[in-house]
Design a protein around this ligand. Structure first.
Ligand code: 5GP
Ligand code: ZN
Length: 113
């Protein structure tokens, strides 16, 4: 399958690993929009949030279990952070492998622009 994030998980495309367990891989975004910007992906190919089902929701649970661990590792747990999923073209998704952006180290406005 020609999927960039599957290749990153497999080590075929290099990345800067921040966290890994049996279900989750997290790496630094190549074009960060915050002082700390990590992409968290399931180790199973799930194309987008539209494809989350009862059969794969355990990967999403695993990602959210990893979030506070990664935030603590990055030292942004105290200040806080934002977690974002972009789904589909209107949502701004550019890589069709489900992922969550974990961003911190600066303040974010709300509502998001
Ligand atoms: P999306 O726009 O789909 O929500 O997020 C995709 C993210 O992947 C973008 O923030 C983009 O900078 C990041 N990205 C795209 N290609 C690469 C890459 O080859 N390596 C890394 N580390 N990040 C990438
Ligand atoms: Zn994939």
């Amino acid at each position: 399958m020609d999927c960039l994030f599957c290749k990153i998980i497999a080590g075929e495309v290099p990345s800067t690993k921040v966290y890994e367990d049996d279900m989750v891989y997290a790496f630094r975004d190549i074009a960060p929009t915050a002082p700390e910007h990590v992409v968290i992906v399931p180790k199973k190919h799930i194309a987008s949030a539209n494809d989350i089902t009862d059969d794969n929701i355990n990967y999403v649970t695993a990602i959210w279990k990893a979030v506070p661990k990664i935030a603590k590792e990055l030292g942004i747990d105290g200040g806080g952070y934002r977690v974002v999923n972009n789904c589909g073209s209107d949502g701004g998704q550019t890589v069709n492998h489900l992922h969550f952006h974990l961003m911190g180290g600066r303040e974010f406005g709300w509502p998001a622009g």
